[in-house]
Design a protein around this ligand. Structure first.
Ligand SMILES: *[C@@H]1O[C@H](CO)[C@@H](O)[C@H](O)[C@H]1NC(C)=O
Ligand SMILES: *[C@@H]1O[C@H](CO)[C@@H](O)[C@H](O)[C@H]1NC(C)=O
Ligand SMILES: *[C@@H]1O[C@H](CO)[C@@H](O)[C@H](O)[C@H]1NC(C)=O
Length: 158
């Protein structure tokens, strides 16, 4: 994980998007049987994300690292996840990350233009990732439905 912040800053500051090219593909985690790759789908910026323990037997409360420069205020922040397998929609899920009266994380309430770097647990349930390849669309947006971050990911579990 060394160099994570520096690497993320470089991704964020150097936009390859002059010619409408996609952002580079990043590895969120990889071990023997599980690999998670992601790509920013926000045309304006990239962001850094990694998972500390990568295991298909996903533990609850895993530690993640997340770094981004905020495009919007985030008094309220929501995460929408759509999971696909072989082009078919399997699951849609919406999770409130920050709410006005219930700020779950230290970065809740931060302002547009500020940089966030979060390293710590997320309150996820544990489960086993079934063998296969999955596509995931993730969208973070604030109370005004303005995009804060967007990513598409591929999960390969063998
Ligand atoms: C993200 O989506 C693009 C366009 O559909 C696709 O080419 C790319 O492989 C995807 N990246 C990941 C990491 O899933
Ligand atoms: C949402 O939009 C309103 C009206 O445009 C604005 O006053 C407010 O600051 C915005 N809130 C956020 C979180 O961006
Ligand atoms: C997920 O949402 C999309 C778009 O709204 C919809 O087409 C799809 O059927 C939903 N999938 C599930 C499993 O509910």
């Amino acid at each position: 994980m060394k160099g994570f912040t520096a690497a993320f800053l470089i991704w964020t500051l150097i936009s390859p998007n002059g010619g409408g090219k996609a952002w580079p593909t990043h590895t969120a985690c990889r071990d023997g049987s599980l690999e998670v790759l992601y790509e920013s789908c926000d045309p304006l910026q990239d962001f850094g994300f990694s998972v500390d323990e990568c295991s298909k037997q996903l533990k609850s409360n895993i530690n993640i690292r997340f770094g981004i420069i905020l495009r919007e205020d985030i008094e309220e922040l929501f995460l929408d996840i759509a999971l696909f397998s072989k082009g078919s929609s399997i699951l849609n899920f919406s999770y409130p990350v920050c709410e006005d009266d219930l700020p779950k994380f230290s970065f809740c309430g931060r302002r547009k233009g500020e940089q966030i770097y979060y390293a710590g647990p997320i309150n996820n349930p544990g489960f086993e990732v079934l063998m296969g390849e999955y596509q995931v669309l993730l969208q973070l947006y604030n109370g005004n439905h303005s995009t804060v971050a967007c990513a598409n990911a591929t999960i390969i579990c063998s």
